[in-house]
Design a protein around this ligand. Structure first.
Ligand code: KIV
Length: 263
């Protein structure tokens, strides 16, 4: 496959073909994941948990994200690299521009920000200045202290309506992708059908355009796993085999299954 771009992902959605995203934090796994055929890699601030041992993503800094984005960019073999803007790194317009500059200059092709309508102006500003944006709605882990824990979002009619309204607004502001985390399957399916831009699900059921998992979770390395995680090392004798099994399962629609989603 040639280098994946925003247009590649948009074309996949328009053709009804699913695509994959796996988190990556270093050059070796970046090479393995991109060679396994994942169209996108996310330098997730989940590195605060899986690499640094924190219990949330809140302590992760912009320097941490820039460092790991550089590592991933060096190992990449053609995937589109998305880098997370960390906690409080996009609270003001100046900060947003500085943070996005650091991540794009570290080698990201797109930045990801958690939040809804309040991000519209930031999204417009970044896109106008040449930085594609992936938005993130539902369970947005940087807000764990507001939510009072890692809980499924959008379960009430009011909550679902608000997530759908946020999704439409961030699309209209110019976002290229949307991550939907831990929302009921019917809501995620509805949003994916209503939006023009591709929706990447995690704990959002089988109806989204793409899937993302934290690499350590899908390789069976994590201590605790949510119900939507499948251990792709099962039945494989190599990490490369497990990565390819995940990519194949997402593309064929055999992962995630109904039991991986929430009602
Ligand atoms: O930080 C991360 O890895 C993420 C994914 C869980 C979507 O945001």
């Amino acid at each position: 496959m040639g280098n994946v771009t925003v247009k590649t992902l948009q074309d996949l959605k328009e053709n009804g073909e699913k695509f994959c995203c796996i988190t990556a934090y270093d050059a070796t796994f970046s090479r393995l994941i991109s060679e396994a055929g994942a169209e996108t890699m996310l330098v997730g601030d989940s590195l605060g948990m899986v690499l640094q041992g924190h219990d949330s993503t809140v302590p992760v800094t912009l320097d941490d994200m820039a460092y790991h984005t550089e590592c991933v960019a060096r190992g990449n073999r053609g995937a589109l690299v998305i880098a997370d803007m960390p906690f409080m790194a996009y609270s003001t317009p100046e900060q947003t521009l500085d943070s996005a500059t650091a991540l794009m200059q570290a080698g990201a092709h797109m930045v990801k920000m958690e939040g809804g309508t309040w991000l519209s102006e930031s999204i417009q500003m970044l896109v106008q200045r040449g930085t594609p944006v992936c938005a993130h709605l539902g369970l947005t882990p940087q807000s764990v202290n507001v939510f009072g824990g890692y809980r499924v979002q959008g379960r009430t009619p009011k909550g679902a309506k608000s997530i759908l309204a946020d999704a439409v607004e961030i699309q209209d502001a110019g976002a290229s992708l949307l991550v939907l985390e831990c929302v009921p399957t019917p809501l995620a399916t509805d949003i994916s059908e209503k939006l023009r831009i591709p929706v990447i699900g995690i704990g959002a059921g089988p109806g989204t355009d793409a899937q993302v998992l934290v690499m350590h979770d899908m390789l069976g390395l994590s201590e605790h796993n949510a119900r939507f995680v499948q251990n792709f090392m099962t039945g494989q004798d190599s990490i490369q085999g497990a990565l390819k099994a995940f990519v194949g399962a997402v593309k064929s629609g055999s992962y995630p299954r109904t039991e991986h989603g929430y009602e």
